[in-house]
Ligand binder design. Sequence first.
Ligand SMILES: *Cc1c(COP(=O)(O)O)cnc(C)c1O
Length: 406
Amino acid sequence: MSIALNYSSEDLIDLEDRYGAHNYRPLDVVLSKGEGVWVWDVEGNRYMDCLSAYSAVNQGHAHPRIRQALIEQAERLPLTSRAFRNDQLGLFYQEVCNLTGYEMALPMNTGAEAVETALKAARKWSYTVKGVPDGQAKIIACQGNFAGRTISIISFSSEPQYRDGFGPFTPGFKIIPYGDAKALKDAITPDTAAFIVEPIQGEGGVIVPPDGYLTQVRDICSRHNVLMIADEIQTGLGRTGKLFACDHEDVQPDVITIGKALSGGYYPVSAVLASREVLGVFNPGDHGSTFGGNPLGMAVAREALRVLVEENMIKNAAELGEYFQDQLAEINSPHVKEVRGKGLLIGVELKPGSGGARRFCEALQERGILAKETHHNIIRFAPPLVITRQDIDWTLDRIRPVLLMD
Ligand SMILES: *Cc1c(COP(=O)(O)O)cnc(C)c1O
C-alpha cells in the first residue's frame, strides 16, 4: 500500500514546494494514515488531529461505516450526472429533509458551491416572489465572514488578502458588523433579498456573537421579508453540540448551507436546505453541477448523517466540548486573552505580545497535536466529535506546557 512509499516527509514537502501552487502554508507534517481522532505521518509518528479538516471529519478519520458505504457504491455506480436519475439521490433528499426539518434540498460538491447556490436562489426568489425590480437584489453579509473563495464570494469578504489582486468583484453585496442586529435592521432596504450569516464565525477566529443575536436576526428578517441564510458549513452537523449552531437559539433560518462533515471527509458533498418557496424558484436548466447529487456522494452523505446521529456524536460534542473549553480556560496562561466557542469548536485567542499562534501550533505539533492558527493570534481546537474524555485529558497534558512556555 501507499504507506510503504519510499519517500520521506522532507522529499514530499520538496515536491509540493517545487510543483504545487503556494496557495497554502501548511504545517510541515506529511500525513499518510488516519483513524478516529488520530493521524500518522510518513515516518509513523502519531498525532491527535485538533482541526478535523476544518470540521469535514466530524465523524473521525476513516470511519468504517462511511468507508463501507463508499466502497459498496463505488463498486456499483459512481456517477450518472443529473441527466439521468440515480437510486441514491431521492433517498438522500428524504433523509436530509427528515433530519433537518427542511422541505427541499439541492446537493452540490464544495461549500463554496453551496453558498453560490444559496445566493442564486435568494436573488431569484427576490425577483419572482418578493418583487424586487430586476437586477436590483442586494445581499447583506458580515464583516469577518468566510464563505469560500469564488469571485462572487470574495466579493463580500472583508479580508484584504482574499480580495487583493482578484477584482473586479460581483456587485450587489453590503457588509455590516457581525453580531450587531441593529446594523442589520438599518442596512435593509426594499431591495434586500437576503442576509447571509455564520452562527459562529469559524475562519473569522471562532467569533461567537452575543446571546440572542440569531433570534433578533430571525425576527428582523421575517419582519422585512428578507431571507435569513445561515452558513453552517463549518458549524453545522454536530460541531457545536447541536445539529445546527442555530439550534442553540431554536432559530430556523430560511436557508441553510451545509458541506464539510456532510461526507465525513470521504468526498466533497455540500447542499442547500430551504423551503419549497425558495428552492422552488429553480427551473430545469437554471442551475446545476456535473457531480452534484452523484450516487457515490449521496451514498456517502447518507451514511455520514446516519453515523453522526446513531453514534451520538452531537451529544458527545456538547458534553466534551464544554469540558475541553473549561479545562483550557483553567490553564491560566500569560499568553491567553480568551477561550471561547461552543461544543467542539473552540478558539484560544492569544494576547498581542505572545508572538502569534503559529509558534504555539508548531510546539503542539512537536508534542503530537495538530492544530492550526487562524488570523495570526487564534488557535482553533476542533477535534473529531468521536473524541473521548481520556483523549481530551491526553491533549490537555500536552497543551498546558505549550501555553505556559515563554
Ligand atoms: C469552509 C467553509 C466554506 C467553504 O467550503 P469549501 O468546501 O472550502 O468551498 C463556506 N462557509 C464556511 C462557513 C466554511 O467554513
